[in-house]
Design a protein around this ligand. Structure first.
Ligand code: PLP
Length: 393
């Protein structure tokens, strides 16, 4: 057989996929490894989908860079939030989820040998997307438990030739919400070293008071170098619809459109039309969404408090990083990896978690990630099962 793409040999399979497969193989287990909202999507969107399904021109190819209606909705929503009148034709591209958006962005900006700065811990696809497009990741640690970065280390990464930086805000997996000051510094360094800022914001509406979401693209002078990568997956609880989008200045958006068109020829047309209905929802929808996730955070974190495990309280998103050091110090677990611990958790208590090491470039072995997007009953049951772990402490 002729040789396959050599770059793929260096990419390891998804650890989250592995943990999910273990949960799937064990009836009755609870998968807190993969974050998938158990909320129903807003009724307005589902009603609109029924109408779309009933027929009409939207069952054929969409306009390649996104339905004009959806791009108009996106431009109308984000113009005031970013503080710039966005042109839906020139500055918005609709993609197959945020996942494709990030790949299309990397395809649009990377040349062989380029370097892309990525904060560690990171969402799984950033380094892979950069690498598959010939670029080399430079990792800058967000140091647990506070997940802060050292400005000198960040500047050093730009000095090494970082052509772009990826900022996941709110951050998956750590729950960090970048402050205005941190984002100003990132934008200032990007301007100094002439780099792009790619900001991945699918959890923008899941930020817990008193913290607030600051859009990097809205900062003074930032728009021209900032590429916003986003998704409707979490905002409208429609992860299966695969609708993401990019907002970027026209020349950059043009390159992203080109990459997107050759990757997918466009996103599912009826779903794009139906998703427009979500943009008419008022502030009360977003308030309810974040209140629901805040209640879930309380169930999980309150449960961890009861058990006596330490964690970093997430400021945004629906993941929490839990410290498993107290277990790893016991003779029974001596020398175990976090992956072994997570595999054991599935067998022992029927709960799936993600080993933290898969999110870090540094050798971190004492953290596991739990998602709390499941419904309250599932999370309560997961905590009941975790309580059995006290016997091992
Ligand atoms: C940080 C982050 N970015 C992007 C995505 C991709 O989302 P989607 O492809 O469903 O839009 C996810 C999904 O979990 C995520 O956590």
């Amino acid at each position: 057989m002729p040789e396959l793409n050599r770059r793929l040999e260096q990419i390891t399979d998804s650890v989250i996929g592995h943990m999910t497969a273990l949960c799937d193989a064990l009836p009755g287990s609870i998968n807190l490894a993969q974050g998938c909202p158990e909320h129903d999507p807003p009724k307005a969107i589902l009603d609109a989908l029924v109408k779309e399904a009933a027929g009409g021109p939207q069952h054929q190819y969409a306009v390649l860079c996104g339905s004009p209606n959806l791009r108009r909705c996106i431009a109308d929503k984000y113009s005031p939030l970013i503080g710039k009148a966005l042109d839906p034709e020139e500055e918005v591209v609709v993609t197959c989820g945020g996942t494709e958006a990030m790949m299309a962005i990397m395809m649009a900006i990377c040349n062989e040998g380029d370097k892309v700065i990525i904060f560690s811990p990171f969402y799984e696809c950033y380094g892979t997307d950069a690498f598959l497009n010939g670029a080399e990741p430079i990792y800058v640690p967000l140091v647990p438990p506070a997940y802060e970065f050292d400005p000198a280390v960040l500047e050093d990464a730009f000095k090494q030739g970082g052509k772009a930086i990826v900022v996941c805000n709110p951050n998956n997996p750590s729950g960090k919400v970048f402050t205005r000051e941190e984002l100003l510094l990132i934008e200032e360094l990007a301007a100094k070293y002439d780099a792009f800022v790619i900001t991945d914001e699918p959890y923008e509406h899941i930020v817990y008071a008193p913290y607030e979401h600051v859009r990097a693209a809205s900062l003074p002078g930032a728009y021209e170098r900032t590429i916003t990568c986003n998704s409707l997956s979490k905002t409208f609880s429609i992860t299966g619809w695969r609708i993401g989008f990019v907002i970027a200045p026209p020349k950059i958006a043009e390159a992203i459109k080109l990459a997107h068109v050759f990757l997918t020829v466009g996103t599912a047309s009826p779903l794009q039309e139906a998703a427009c209905a979500g943009f008419s929802l008022g502030q009360e929808y977003y308030d309810e969404l974040v209140a629901d996730y805040a209640a879930n955070r309380e169930i999980i974190c309150g449960g961890l408090d009861e058990i006596g495990l330490t964690y970093t309280l997430p400021k945004g998103g629906f993941f929490v990083m839990v410290d498993i050091t107290p277990f790893l110090e016991k003779p029974m677990f001596k020398g175990w990896s976090d992956l072994q611990f997570c595999e054991w958790l599935v067998d022992e208590i029927g709960v799936g978690a993600t080993p933290g090491s898969c999110f870090f470039a540094e050798p971190v072995n004492n953290l596991i990630r739990l998602q709390f997007a499941s419904n309250a009953a599932t999370l309560h049951e997961a905590i009941e099962r975790f309580k059995r772990l006290k016997a091992y402490l």
